[in-house]
Design a protein around this ligand. Structure first.
Ligand code: GDP
Ligand code: IMO
Ligand code: MG
Length: 422
């Protein structure tokens, strides 16, 4: 493996953290390049479960260098909490974790604005993770944000922060929300900023030097293709480019340095938050929630569930240039007599094979299904492709064939060992 991008091919929570952890054994550096603490990537090592929000999942392997790139929005208080959480588990990120000086910061007022805007939207809310992602990226694009590099000059940073809190308190008032206490907010941010100083560096340079030394770089996409600000189901999306191109702009690594793009998809579909999802089906939700599965790793919200949607994953393959498909949670379907797959949509009686970009049109799309025979036997203890039940193999292969990809991994449980490489 040389330089590899891994992206979510659906609406997030595809099992990216688990597959990244598995692939990290063949990587030198793992990079997050977009999103922020809205991500929740679950990795299980032995009997310990880790949920990573900002720190790349590669941190769990001792020799791996981890980079939080310029495209990420970083909540300094949250990042310190995450570092301390890892330290408690015996993993010290110091010296192995590098944070871009050009990454923008998420402050408590971004979170408060996120919450206030969602409340004002009422039934039209996006269903955000409330991590301040939209307002922080908004400030970045508006050119009024503060970047991680600014914490290196604490005195000046304190002045800029104070002004920003005051400005945003005015905004909060206009949104009908309570302004933040200036002194206390300053103290909590400055305390975190001081702790983060040693991690801040020019990660573009770092990555280029590593790349010229033939170090293997693995990009850990956050969210999923259909939460992309441009290519997702706008406005029910996140505020960054979650697709493969976002990994290049969000890290400073050029597109022609990328050798492989892996798409991760669940063997079914899930989504948290609002927005259309044509293959949503209560039967799948009841099945998975009944097993205690499909609750959000960041917010604990119940995920909406449905059948695998070929239309979306095929579109994800096109948008990201997916070469390899990792299918996760195959074991979630173990008990079913038959498994449905959405192979197309009906829009006003006409068959369509791509997602209409107009949200109202997409909301009108009805799923057209093909039914596959189930395998009705547990797969979680299976470790080789050949040992999987024939119908499970046929199903997983069909998902790759129908989406125009090559099946590279099949995952049958949350642990490292429950990953089958083809
Ligand atoms: P991410 O955001 O893409 O990293 O995914 P999340 O961690 O938010 O959600 C995926 C969930 O599925 C987590 O609870 C994982 O531990 C779990 N998981 C991943 N792959 C598998 C699998 O193949 N089988 C089972 N049973 N669970 C899995
Ligand atoms: P990972 O990396 C699933 C969703 C939210 C909401 C929308 C906008 O774990 O796959 P935001 O807080 O980003 O402004 O919310 O995007 N969302 C995710 N859904 N997995 C994620 O990350 C998500 N990050 C954001 O639920 O619908
Ligand atoms: Mg997640």
């Amino acid at each position: 493996m040389s330089n590899t991008i891994l992206v979510g091919a659906q609406w997030g929570d595809e099992g990216k953290g688990k597959i990244i952890d598995f692939l990290t054994q063949q990587a030198d550096i793992v990079v997050r390049a977009q999103g922020g603490a809205n991500a929740g990537h679950t990795v299980i090592v032995g009997t310990t479960q880790y949920i990573l929000h900002l720190i790349p999942s590669g941190i769990l392997r001792k020799r791996t260098t981890c980079v939080i790139g310029n495209g990420v929005v970083i909540d300094p208080i949250g990042l310190v909490e995450e570092i301390d959480g890892l330290k408690k588990s015996g993993i010290d990120p110091a010296g192995r974790l590098h944070v871009s000086d050009a990454a923008h910061m998420v402050f408590p007022y971004h979170k408060a604005i996120d919450a206030a805007r969602e409340a004002l939207k009422g039934k039209d809310r996006i269903g955000t993770t409330m991590r301040g992602i939209g307002p922080a990226y908004g400030d970045k694009v508006d050119r009024v944000g503060l970047r991680m590099g600014s914490i290196l000059n604490v005195k000046r940073f304190a002045e800029q922060l104070q002004q920003a809190i005051k400005n945003n308190n005015a905004l909060l008032k206009s949104l009908g929300a309570t302004p933040l206490p200036v002194k206390r907010t300053m103290e909590s941010v400055l305390k975190a900023a001081r702790r983060l100083k040693p991690y801040v560096t020019n990660t573009v340079q770092l990555l280029h030097e590593a790349s010229s030394k033939k170090k293997r770089i693995l990009f850990e996409g956050a969210q999923g293709t259909f939460l992309d600000i441009d290519h997702g189901t706008y406005p029910y999306v996140t505020s960054s480019n979650t697709t493969a191109g976002g990994m290049c702009t969000g890290s400073g690594i050029a597109p022609n340095r990328i050798d492989r793009v892996i798409g991760v998809a669940k063997a079914y579909t899930t989504r948290v938050g609002e927005g259309p999802m044509p293959s949503e089906d209560r039967i799948v939700g009841d099945l998975l929630h009944g097993m205690g599965r499909e609750y959000g790793a960041t917010t604990g919200r119940e995920r909406r569930c449905g059948w695998f949607d070929v239309v979306t994953v095929r579109q994800a393959a096109m948008l990201n240039g997916i070469t390899d498909l990792a299918v996760t949670n195959l074991d979630g379907l173990d008990t079913l007599e038959s498994v449905k797959v959405c192979v197309g949509y009906l829009l006003n009686g006409k068959r369509v094979d791509h997602q209409p970009s107009d949200l109202r049109q997409l909301a009108k799309c009805r799923a057209v299904y093909e039914t596959f025979p189930g395998w009705q036997s547990p797969t979680d203890k299976i470790r080789t492709w050949k040992a999987l039940p024939l119908n499970a193999r046929r199903y997983a292969k069909a998902l790759a064939r129908l989406t125009g990809t090559k099946l590279s991994h099949a995952s049958v449980g949350p642990a490292r060992s429950q990953t089958i490489t083809l």
